[in-house]
Write a protein that binds this ligand. Structure first.
Ligand code: ZN
Length: 311
């Protein structure tokens, strides 16, 4: 085994409905040094050593072990010897998660890990997994951030330039849309639920404070939707340990929410992960309204067209 390829086995300890004292301490020491909203080229980054963790998938309920390793040719998932580059063209399913696939092999629910890679500025990483869904961990991106921190971030020789948005663009769904305008990077997101516990929430993310403000926000759902989701084969591994679950009036998790607006923060987390399929920062102001993974990926594909035109 190469010296820089040491294997660290990390079992996720965050099985609680909130942040433990240890987790809070970890957050304080984390630094977010990436220049993701800067015109300057950014140094490519990977991790210094391999790190392994395991857990159950949110939708499949199946256990899988996952190893993140240093790499120098983008973010690539690997299963059964088949490599799947993390690019928007390889997205094969966006129903309640983002699934990558090629050559008859698929890996579901990549978005929270992709979001953590974005937040830590990781442009290059090999992710080998024994199953077909990324472990849900605690339903947020924080355990993945902690894995990357434990493995340590390492700069590579190459640089990556941001994609510059030079004209307004949009994608639309049913009562939902995403727009992007030229300008510095920002992401404003709005959701609107009839449910009073969630209601209307807005959030503006400007590229700072990812680890503290975005990464801990967990996936969420309505108890009234769970039966339908399970009958469709989703959320089979879901529970209070990895999701914020609401009835008509309040969250049912014994420890409640991590943030008053945890739901919208999680939507931002999801979209940052889906946009990181581009593998490059984007200079543009994004505005999302009631969007979903399908629209996030559609926007990533549209932004990629701009990048190709300007190559
Ligand atoms: Zn999510």
């Amino acid at each position: 085994m190469r010296k820089d390829n040491r294997k660290i086995v990390l079992r996720c300890q965050i099985e609680i409905q909130g942040l433990s004292k240890d987790t809070n301490r970890a957050i304080i020491h984390l630094t977010n040094s990436c220049k993701l909203n800067n015109l300057e080229p950014m140094r490519r980054k990977t991790i210094a050593g391999a790190i392994t963790s395991g857990g159950f998938g949110l939708h499949s309920g199946e256990y899988a072990e996952m190893t993140l390793s240093p790499y120098d040719s983008g973010i690539v998932f690997k299963r059964n010897g088949v490599e799947i580059p993390a690019i928007p063209e390889n997205v094969i399913d966006t129903r309640l998660n983002t699934t990558l696939g090629t050559g008859g092999v698929s890996i579901a629910t990549v978005e929270h890990l992709m979001s953590a890679l974005y937040g830590m500025g990781i442009t290059d990483c090999m992710i080998e997994i024994s199953g077909d869904e990324i472990p849900s961990m605690d339903g947020s991106a924080l355990p993945f951030v902690q894995m990357i921190q434990a493995a340590e971030v390492k700069e590579l020789d190459g640089e990556t330039k941001p994609i510059v948005i030079d004209k307004p663009m949009s994608v639309e769904g049913e009562h939902a849309w995403i727009k992007v305008d030229p300008g510095m990077f920002s992401l404003s997101y709005e959701i609107s639920f009839d449910n009073v516990a969630i209601g209307r929430q807005t959030y503006m993310y400007e590229g700072k404070g990812y680890v503290q403000e975005i990464a801990p926000a967990r996936t969420f759902g309505l108890l009234s939707d769970v039966k339908d989701m399970v009958s469709m084969g989703f959320a089979l591994g879901g529970g209070f340990h990895n999701a914020l679950i609401f009835n008509d009036n309040k969250p049912l998790n014994p420890d409640g929410r991590r943030f008053k607006d945890e739901c919208i923060r999680h939507k931002v987390l999801d979209m940052l992960g889906d946009l990181w399929l581009l593998g490059r920062p984007v200079l543009g102001g994004f505005h999302a309204y009631r969007a979903n993974h399908g629209l996030h990926v559609a926007m990533a594909l549209k932004v990629k067209e701009v990048a190709h035109e300007r190559r």
